[in-house]
Design a protein around this ligand. Structure first.
Ligand code: FPP
Ligand code: MG
Length: 298
């Protein structure tokens, strides 16, 4: 089913008639294709749907190329990132090529789909900018974190589900809520995995986010749970390369205050709401996708 989407992306890349772009694109590891899966499960396999799924995956790939430059990430999906292999300039330009070609193709689908997706990409960029600015201080506000992850991650998944519902002539609202909840839960789990996974499984150093200055939800909840001395200590470790001993202290505090369970339960609640919505509509495949997400390991 996703084969058709892969072929469409390849065709869009071939249209550019550029050997270098073809070679670089081939170096990108293929991800889970979550967004394409949702679109096709909601709207079937008509050409306009396959095109929408291909465009969204190209835009998503572009955003990750840029994100790895912004985050100084050497790895992506346990492989060397494109910026690590060929430098920041090449990674940024491949990102620009992928998303501008994506936008061009959006014009051939429908103006309503194009508006939804392009608006989400603006949100994505605003969210990424917020992520960068928030990293400069120790953020302790959960609503600021939730707003940032909504923009950075959930907005494109919400728009993908909404666009697919539109193409299928289905009611948009439940699918958009489903997409938004999935996106929020996905990012919350991604942020949890940065703490729980060993660096090999994750493909990046453990507790990397905190060293980068990102006070993701677990750190905000830990801050709330600690006493004054603990809070000072945690703040002092923010945005620094941590020693093994400092990492151990954070992990012990997370365990003592049952922080990871609290975050996981919150992500689970979002998934359960999404599953319930889809069950009510008889969209079993979509319920399954949501349930798989809560159990993923990387
Ligand atoms: C990953 O976050 C980043 C995103 C989901 C969005 C990135 C968006 C941009 C760079 C805006 C520019 C958009 C385009 C189309 C060029 P993360 O760093 O928390 O996740 P990670 O662990 O996967 O790196
Ligand atoms: Mg990143």
């Amino acid at each position: 089913m996703l084969e058709a989407v892969e072929r469409k992306i390849e065709q869009f890349i071939d249209d550019l008639d550029d050997k270098e772009v073809r070679r670089l694109y081939a170096k990108l590891p293929v991800g889970k294709r979550l967004r394409a899966k949702l679109i096709v499960k909601i709207a079937g396999e008509r050409l306009s749907v396959i095109k929408t799924a291909a465009v969204v995956e190209m835009i998503h790939a572009a955003s990750l190329l840029h994100d790895d430059v912004i985050d100084d990430a050497d790895t992506r999906r346990a492989k060397p990132s494109l910026n690590a292999l060929y430098g920041n300039k090449t990674a940024i330009m491949l990102g620009d090529i992928l998303y501008s070609k994506g936008f061009l193709e959006l014009n051939n689908i429908s103006s309503d789909v194009a508006k939804r997706i392009s608006n989400a990409v603006t949100q994505l960029s605003l969210g990424e900018l917020k992520d960068v600015s928030l990293s400069k201080t120790f953020n302790t506000d959960t609503s600021v974190y939730m707003e940032m992850i909504y923009q950075k991650t959930a907005s494109l998944i919400e728009a993908s589900a909404g666009a697919a519902a539109l193409l299928a002539g289905k009611p948009k609202e439940p699918f958009m809520i489903y997409g938004r909840n999935l996106g929020l839960a996905f990012q919350m789990i991604d942020d949890l995995l940065d703490i729980t996974s060993d660096s090999q499984t994750l493909g990046k150093p453990a507790l990397h986010d905190f060293a980068e200055g990102k006070t993701t939800l677990p750190y905000i909840y830990l801050y709330e749970a600690l006493d004054e001395t603990g809070r000072e200590r945690l703040k002092n470790l923010h945005a620094k390369v941590l020693s093994k001993e400092e990492q151990r202290w954070i992990m012990t505090q997370m365990q003592t205050h049952q922080i990871l369970m609290k975050c996981y339960a919150q992500a689970r609640e979002l998934i359960e709401e999404a599953v319930e919505l889809m069950n009510r509509l008889g969209e079993d495949a979509l319920s399954e996708i949501a349930m798989e997400m809560i159990d993923r390991e990387f």
